[in-house]
Design a protein around this ligand. Structure first.
Ligand code: S3P
Length: 167
């Protein structure tokens, strides 16, 4: 069974915090983006380029459903909340879902010039800000807990998550 699921916008530290939690819990980390890459046999950038975002989202939903049969800490991709089916899955599970919330300004500094995330290239800063605004309530709608990650280390964030979920 999964121990915890991390959701949040790109650049909020889901993968890094997931690594720390996995080490602390002595459990595997499952990174949804890595699972998608393994399943498609190509990078996310290449999936977007070859098949488009809609195809990427379909693959993301399949891989999310498969991840529920696994054990460990699940770090999702920032767009996992775009699909109503994904949201329903996250809303109805008994596994804690943690929203890593970071202010847009900090996110844009981290993401600037990122070549591996197609949406950063496509949208630019103002488009990303709109996307952040639109998605913020979606993350809230699936989360059992919200943790702010601004100006805090992954270790501090992980400690807070462990306290919240009683581990
Ligand atoms: C996306 C976030 C990315 C990756 C893809 C799309 C999004 O994951 O799944 O580039 O729509 O926000 P990270 O949040 O791990 O960067």
């Amino acid at each position: 069974m999964l121990d915890v699921i991390l959701v949040g916008f790109m650049g909020t530290g889901k993968t890094t915090v997931g690594e720390v939690l996995a080490a602390n819990f002595k459990r595997p980390q499952i990174d949804l983006d890595d699972e998608i890459i393994a399943s498609a046999g190509k990078s996310i950038k290449q999936i977007f380029a070859d098949a488009g975002e809609t195809a990427f989202r379909q693959l993301e939903t399949q891989v999310l459903q498969q991840a529920f049969a696994k054990s460990g800490i699940l770090s999702t991709g920032g767009g996992v909340v775009e699909s109503a089916a994904n949201r329903q899955l996250l809303q109805t599970t008994t596994i804690p879902v943690i929203y890593l919330q970071t202010e847009p300004a900090a996110i844009f500094t981290r993401l600037k010039g990122d070549d591996g995330r197609p949406l950063v290239q496509q949208l630019g800063e103002s488009g990303l800000r709109e996307l952040w605004q639109r998605r913020a309530p979606l993350y809230q709608s699936v989360a059992t807990h919200t943790v702010t990650t601004d100006a805090r280390t992954p270790e501090e964030v992980s400690q807070q998550i462990q306290q919240l979920i009683g581990q």
